[in-house]
Write a protein that binds this ligand. Structure first.
Ligand SMILES: [Zn+2]
Length: 325
């Protein structure tokens, strides 16, 4: 893969990027992939609203995927709470939600394919080994390539890593514009199978997007820097490449991204229309007038959706959800 360079242009992908889905006429299939680690917070709602509005405005399909690859983090009951919140907010998804947990063998088959083709290699290094090397060289926590040409004697494979090329990859994000990253210098050979045997997030998401025929990814900008890794996997595996669009991430008053881990407040179910309008305005959109319920909101919002109005920022502070709009 020397000299490997890839770029994605929005809305003018090659024919392999646009495949007929379902009825053979729809060329847009988006998705939302919450992890069942707790109730949705305002940040997840913003991502769902942006991706759903974009799918509706393209007369596309919108798929729901439960990102439960990491069983150890799954909170019992969280999934049904998430589905209930999405229903209250008027989201409608195509088909049944899919689950990653049932796809372990599919992921492992793909990892074996990568190994067979020498795109991936077993690595015997622990996180501490990588850390020690980085400290001794005074560099960032980037894998130094210790096992790239074979496991050093006495080592056994703990993880599987992907070879990354030392070239700059350029992404044209539909919302944020150009993004460049040199995987070798900024990320390093990354893990596709973790030490606990689970497929890593980057691998699972790429396989799922391929298997579900996802054509458009709309998600939070915290995942922008993951996109080159995902596109490299798609290139190695010969998968179709969706277009990517990243939305500003909601941060709290201290500047931290909202997450279930830092106990962001779950969304109250009492006034779903108000929550939708807050999320809509967060995305810079013109609020629909005279809507009385969530269905009317989505009817109006679909026509009003204007991606060019989305703030071109990676993050943006949270509004007060109890304030009127
Ligand atoms: Zn290693």
């Amino acid at each position: 893969m020397a000299g490997h360079h890839f770029a994605v242009t929005p809305d003018t992908p090659s024919t392999t990027n646009r495949r007929p889905i379902g009825d053979g006429k729809t060329f847009y299939r988006g998705r939302f992939a919450p992890s069942p680690t707790g109730p949705l917070h305002f940040g997840s709602i913003v991502a769902a609203v942006g991706s759903y509005a974009d799918a509706r405005a393209h007369h596309g399909q919108w798929h729901l995927r439960i990102d439960d690859i990491d069983e150890t983090r799954t909170v019992p009951g969280a999934e049904s709470v998430i589905l209930q919140t999405l229903e209250v907010l008027g989201f409608e998804w195509t088909g049944l939600p899919t689950r990653q947990i049932h796809k372990q063998s599919r992921y492992l088959d793909i990892i074996n394919t990568l190994l067979d083709q020498n795109y991936a290699f077993p690595c015997g290094c622990s996180r501490r080994d990588v850390q020690r090397h980085a400290q001794s060289q005074n560099t960032a926590m980037i894998y130094p390539g210790t096992c790239r040409e074979g496991l050093p004697s006495g080592r056994t494979g703990r993880t599987i890593r992907l070879h990354v090329p030392d070239t700059t990859c350029v992404i044209t994000d539909r919302f944020l514009g150009l993004f460049e990253q040199n995987l070798a210098k900024e990320v390093g050979d990354f893990v596709v199978r973790r030490a606990d045997g689970f497929a890593a997030y980057q691998l699972a998401v790429v396989v799922d997007d391929e298997d579900e025929g996802i054509t458009h990814v709309v998600r939070g900008a915290d995942l922008l820097s993951s996109t080159p890794r995902q596109q490299l996997l798609q290139t190695y595996l010969g998968f179709a490449m969706p277009t990517y669009a990243h939305l500003p991430v909601v941060i709290d008053s201290a500047g931290h991204k909202l997450s279930k881990q830092n106990a962001a407040h779950p969304i109250p179910d009492t006034n779903p229309l108000l929550i939708l309008i807050h999320a809509w305005k967060f995305l810079g959109q013109v609020a629909p007038s005279q809507v009385g319920n969530v269905d009317e909101f989505w009817e109006a919002a679909t026509c009003l959706w204007s991606p060019e109005r989305i703030p071109q920022l990676k993050s943006y502070p949270m509004p007060r959800l109890d304030a009127g709009v």
